[in-house]
Design a protein around this ligand. Structure first.
Ligand code: FES
Length: 162
């Protein structure tokens, strides 16, 4: 099966959990985002057909919400907090360590598709500043050296590292 037909059929499976009604557009896009970590163009076309809504409406919603990404993201999404507390405690050093190790800046994904890097505003864990979240896991009181170790665990396959 080609990649495009595979995306079509997977998307249809996700969409068919909902009735083909416009009010489910947001929920379907959220499920697709969770499945692929982004919204492939082919998936948006398939959803437009399934719900019988113009593609421009689907794209409009996809670009309106910050939670959606139109470009592929890494398996692990590193969110470095750059709120005030984290900034004072050295979040910029963490970002520059990540750039040294992985060669990516915020908004970028490594060529092997393993990591994407983002900065976020305060995530409510200022007592642990500076903080980064990798997928859903919080890592606090980070130093460039401890962050390097953590990234190595993810590079080696986090499940093996636990
Ligand atoms: S400023 Fe980073 S968690 Fe609050």
């Amino acid at each position: 099966m080609s990649e495009i037909s595979q995306i079509k059929s997977e998307t249809l499976k996700i969409a068919q959990k909902y009735l083909p009604e416009r009010r489910f557009l947001l929920a379907i896009l959220q499920d697709i985002q969770r499945h692929y970590n982004y919204l492939p163009a082919e998936a948006m076309k398939t959803v437009a057909q399934y719900l019988n809504v113009p593609l421009v409406k689907v794209c409009g919603m996809a670009t309106f919400y910050k939670a959606f990404s139109l470009t592929p993201k890494g398996k692990y999404i590193i969110k470095v907090c750059d709120g005030t507390a984290c900034h004072i405690k050295g979040s910029l050093n963490l970002l520059s360590e990540i750039e040294t190790i992985l060669g990516i800046e915020p908004g970028e994904t490594t060529a092997d598709g393993l990591f994407s890097l983002e900065t976020v505003a305060c995530i409510g864990a200022c007592g642990l500043a500076p903080v980064a979240v990798i997928n859903d896991e919080y890592h606090g009181n980070l130093t460039p050296a401890s962050l390097r170790q953590i990234l190595q665990q993810y590079q080696g396959g986090i499940e093996d590292a636990k």
